[in-house]
Design a protein around this ligand. Structure first.
Ligand SMILES: *Cc1c(COP(=O)(O)O)cnc(C)c1O
Length: 419
């Protein structure tokens, strides 16, 4: 942990020296980042890899344009979900054949929740926490609505989750790194507790994959899903992925029994028969352009040494917290994320009574984070392209915005549709 006293002695030159020594330094150049922009929102929408437009040009102009339908086999479009899934598996502690790229995170959560509940037919409860990303609760509520009273959603706060796992719980649905606070759940411990009580786990990895250590198989996790457009840099609305532990694959089915999850889709028979492995969780034709862009982001992530990547994520957020505490004291800010780096994800939430207006003023000064109602500013640290010096500039501008009340202008108080 960087102590505030040490942080207050740091200079911009120190941080620039850290950037020069950064083993991942060269990877920043692989991204398009506008000059002078301090982009701290890679946890909402990752930056554009330089290679992505080139790859999309290849897949559209040559594969789609010239080779047309033959591309499904000649360019292995048909195998893309599993090929890219196998690459993502390396980032989340899964084995080949346990991860597939498909649909959106929301749809994947639905498919996996149904699959998990069917493995525990005499247990009605999906257990989650209040304040989980609402989407995940909404998806569970949708399933509850479909089940004619067969499924019940129970919420228990993070510190009560383990004791709330009883013999009525079929599946524990949690977001590994909390989308607001960045608090990290102990995946191995909660999974062990769930298994001891006969329940299963489904982990939402949207804010953890590639940003904090994730080892699904070491934790013996049952199911997981995550998205492609945050730390994986797959582009807006990128296809998502899902994980089903090998041991469950033969006994689980997707509720969306589409033809590309069929064992022999091109037999065109009337009766559904699930594909043998993770492929059974595919439904319809997949977005080849989206998967092509996602693959570029995942390949870039795999180019970074895993330990350097995780160390840097942690060092960046730690530096940011220490700089905020040492340079913004007395300015009405509160660090709303855990202070202890090992239980914090790769973003930091700061609470301020005027969080929305302050964030708009920061964005006007070219420091981009985001806002989460009612009073949080989030700053995400992406190890492949953020620099230590970015933390410095962000905190200096934040301090100035607060000291001069630069946020206190009508145009910064206008709420927009997307926050
Ligand atoms: C971003 C996010 C999602 C994304 O779901 P989509 O289906 O891609 O919209 C899901 N869960 C959490 C916790 C998120 O932060």
């Amino acid at each position: 942990m960087i102590q505030p006293a040490r942080a207050s002695a740091l200079t911009l030159a120190d941080l620039e020296a850290m950037d020069r020594d950064d083993p991942l330094r060269a990877l920043r150049g692989a991204f398009v980042l506008p000059d002078g922009l301090v982009y701290l929102d890679g946890n909402s929408l990752g930056a554009l890899p330089r290679e992505t437009p080139v790859r999309l040009q290849e897949v559209t102009a040559r594969q789609w344009g010239q080779d047309l339908i033959r591309s499904w086999t000649e360019h292995d479009w048909i195998g893309a979900p599993q090929r890219v899934g196998d690459k993502i598996a390396r980032l989340i502690g899964a084995a080949p054949g346990e991860v597939v790229v498909s649909d959106s995170t929301s749809v994947n959560l639905f498919k996996l929740l149904v699959a998990a509940c069917r493995l525990r037919p005499d247990r009605p409860v999906i257990l989650s926490e209040p304040g989980n990303f609402p989407n995940d609760l909404y998806v569970a509520q949708g399933l509850q609505g479909l089940s004619n009273g067969g499924v019940e959603l129970r919420l228990a706060s993070a510190d009560r989750i383990e004791s709330a796992i009883d013999e009525r719980v079929a599946v524990v649905l949690l977001t590994h790194v909390h989308y607001k606070s960045a608090a990290v759940h102990d995946m191995a411990r909660i999974t062990a507790r769930a298994h001891a009580r006969g329940a299963l786990t489904l982990w939402d990895l949207t804010h953890s994959a590639a940003a904090v250590p994730v080892d699904l198989n070491a934790a013996q996790a049952d199911f997981a899903a995550g998205c492609g457009y945050k730390y994986l840099n797959g582009g807006p609305g990128a296809p998502a992925y899902l994980f089903v532990a090998q041991r469950h694959q033969a006994t689980t089915v997707s509720p969306i029994t589409g033809w590309l999850g069929h064992a022999r889709p091109f037999d065109f028979v009337d009766e559904y028969a699930p594909a043998p492995g993770i492929g059974r969780f595919l439904a319809g034709s997949y977005p080849i352009l989206g998967i092509a862009a996602l693959e570029v982001g995942v390949d870039l992530m795999l180019r970074a040494d895993a330990q350097s990547r995780l160390d840097k994520s942690r060092a960046l957020s730690e530096l940011f917290v220490a700089l905020v505490e040492s340079r913004c004291a007395g300015l009405g800010l509160e660090v709303a994320s855990p202070r202890d780096a090992p239980v914090r994800g790769s973003h930091v939430a700061l609470r301020h009574a005027q969080a929305w207006a302050v964030m708009q003023a920061l964005i006007a000064r070219r420091v981009v984070g985001d806002f989460r109602a009612p009073d949080l500013m989030r700053f995400g640290f992406a190890p492949l392209y953020n620099r230590y010096a970015d933390c410095w500039h962000a905190v200096e501008i934040l301090r100035d915005v607060l000291q001069t009340a630069a946020w206190d202008r009508p145009e910064f108080k206008q709420r927009q549709a997307v926050t």
